[in-house]
Design a protein around this ligand. Sequence first.
Ligand SMILES: *[C@@H]1O[C@H](CO)[C@@H](O)[C@H](O)[C@H]1NC(C)=O
Ligand SMILES: *[C@@H]1O[C@H](CO)[C@@H](O)[C@H](O)[C@H]1NC(C)=O
Ligand SMILES: *[C@@H]1O[C@H](CO)[C@@H](O)[C@H](O)[C@H]1NC(C)=O
Length: 809
Amino acid sequence: MYLLISDNLAEVSVLRYGLAVILFVLHPVYGDVSYSIPEEMKRGSVIGNIAKDLGLESGTLSARKARIDTEDNSVNYCGVNVNTGDLIVQERIDREGLCAKRASCVLKQELVLENPLEVHRINIRVQDINDNSPQFKEESLTFEIREMAAKGARFLLDEAHDGDIGENAVQGYSLQQNEHFKLNVKTKGSGRKYGELVLDKELDREDKGELMLLLTAFDGGSPRRSGTVVIHVIVLDANDNVPVFSQTVYKASLPENSPLDTLVITVSATDADEGLNGEITYGFDDVSDDNQVFSLDSKTGEIKVAGSIDYEKESSYEMQISAKDGLGLASYATLVIDITDMNDNAPVIYLKSLKNPIPENVSPGTEVGIINVQDRDSETNRQVRCSIQQNVPFKLVPSIKNYYSVVSTGQLDRELVSDYNITITATDEGSPPLSSSKTVQLSVADINDNPPVFEEQSYSAYVSENNKPGSTLCSVSARDPDWRQNGTVVYSLLSGEVNGAPVSSYVSVNGDTGVIHAVRSFDYEQFRNFKVHVMARDNGSPPLSSNVTVSVFISDVNDNSPQILYPAPEGNSFMTELVPKAAHGGSLVSKVIAVDADSGQNAWLSYHIVKSTDPGLFTIGVHSGEIRTQRDISESDSMKQNLIVSVKDNGQPSLSATCSMYLLISDNLAEVPELKDISYDEKNSKLTSYLIIALVCVSTFFLTFIIIIMGVKFCRRRKPRLLFDGAVAIPSAYLPPNYADVDGTGTLRSAYNYDAYLTTGSRTSDFKFVSSYNDNTLPADQTLRKSPSDFADVFGDCDESPEVGTYFK
Ligand SMILES: *[C@@H]1O[C@H](CO)[C@@H](O)[C@H](O)[C@H]1NC(C)=O
Ligand SMILES: *[C@@H]1O[C@H](CO)[C@@H](O)[C@H](O)[C@H]1NC(C)=O
Ligand SMILES: *[C@@H]1O[C@H](CO)[C@@H](O)[C@H](O)[C@H]1NC(C)=O
């Protein structure tokens, strides 16, 4: 129990030291008594013995109805134990509740006694005890501090409150140990203490975004009490960090021809700042217009293909990329994209030179052309192999770099293959390989290397004699496979002789068609066959030629009548055979000898007696021509015997000749008195007179004819001559073929036979004139050599059969 009787604190301190309580009796009656007590004493605790202090008999208290009252009927904090006289605590005494911060807190109570009424005032000084802890208004204090805040920046902290006063009130603060802040404690004018946060070390939001600091306020009581508050420091971001790329150089490789939107690489940068300050935007730093092949997503940093990627155009890209935060702080990185080659370019074949056309006679190994192969790809994709198709006589010879020579490998022959389509294929070594091909058209130029070749080894022509000049004998044909004039064939005769005459007088050949014509009429009796050589020559330079033999075979025509050699038809002296009178039957008397220039059947002669003086006397051998007696000669037989013998050949139609044979049956020629009479029997003289008339007519006609022809010739002398100088073959008088005189060596290309028949009487005589249409037929020097008198002689003197025919050619 503490009894305070002092008015000041010094007294209290005395109490504390446990010194003896000094009681002062200030006012014995009606006097006041004071106590000093600590607050918050328990109910019933004894404050002091008021009876003693007031000097009252303790026994009287109850009798005098001692009680505690208040002046203003407020709460009775105290009570009095009437038995003991102790003043006791009756209600809780809270100094803070009663007096708050007032430094002295006095409870005024009154002790009322009755009988007699006495009122004593009791002053109870309530002493503070440290029963309240310092307390902050809020549980936590929040500070938002920019990280840029400078060192030394101060932040005022809320005061802590303590209901207690004096020493028991807040005496100081302490701050939890930390690296950024210090506490600065200050005292207000009122003595109250407060704190300030002082920034001791700069904040870094990126390092520590918020701090929790415990601030403790403590009082000076004993035991000391304290209260805490949490200081929540939120560090506000400042844009103090640049974005940082994860790499300074980004490398990527991309195959060419990658499709659009192919992701190439993703770049990323980080910014330690937050919010806008940390919001990164990517971009190309140095985008040039021609480099729009990539896109960069400004948010994600994905780099994608946005254009066509062609290794051949650009094999590598280098770009600066930037990352910027919201407030424009930027950093940069380099992006290198290497493009890898794909085999996307086929080789291209260029024809650098070409010899076209090439002559067919080039030797194998001749360079014909040069090609160049290019491939725009790189490395193995540009390695090119070149080949040429198999079936042509050309090959490729690799030359420097990608050049190749096209070289012939064999002999060319335009006549076999005149055009080549050479396909050259180039293949690169990429995977898959690409290839291309080029067709080169080559033509082979002609060289005159083929002579004309006749279709047959030799030719034979068959022609009947007496053919018309100009008639076709046969045709030859030769082929030359060369080109144009090198293959154009011209035919010609090779010079030569046939029977001593130039071959051109016999035949001619059409230079263009190869048709061989007879130039003249052939006579089997002169020659039966002959050979000519025909040459076929091309028009090349030099020309090539070949020749062929054409054999002309002339076949016989029955154009010669039998020719009677004996008895001789010539002369007037009629041959007379003597037949001995004593000739027996069957004895050979004479023989008719005849020949025929024709051959074979045409020359097979048969003899017949057509008329005889005594038909039974003589007979003739059909084939031998021997005249024999048929019976013995008798005296009665006429001395003069006359036979007319006809000789026929076996031709179709057959030709014949007749002759007269005079036989004199006599042993002595002198016995023949009138030889001439034999020939002039009546019939014969008549015939002779006809012949004479006929001869006169013919002669007259012939003379006239000659004159006309001469006249015509003079008129047309200046006319140009034809290719072959016409000349007429004038036969001599009728002669056996063996003695034939063939006049004129020229040939008639074409001739017309002009036949005139003059008949005297009953087929006595036929004259056949053959004339030419040509004016020049009868040149002056080659007119009929025989004068009309010759003819007259021939015909007049010859007592021939009525069927004598003479030819004039
Ligand atoms: C070559 O090609 C041309 C044109 O394509 C064609 O007319 C010709 O017939 C060909 N020649 C050969 C020999 O294939
Ligand atoms: C014919 O051949 C010659 C070489 O023999 C040649 O020079 C000429 O060009 C050829 N003519 C034709 C039309 O091909
Ligand atoms: C014609 O052919 C013969 C043999 O066939 C030959 O001897 C001769 O030289 C050739 N003449 C010509 C001009 O070609």
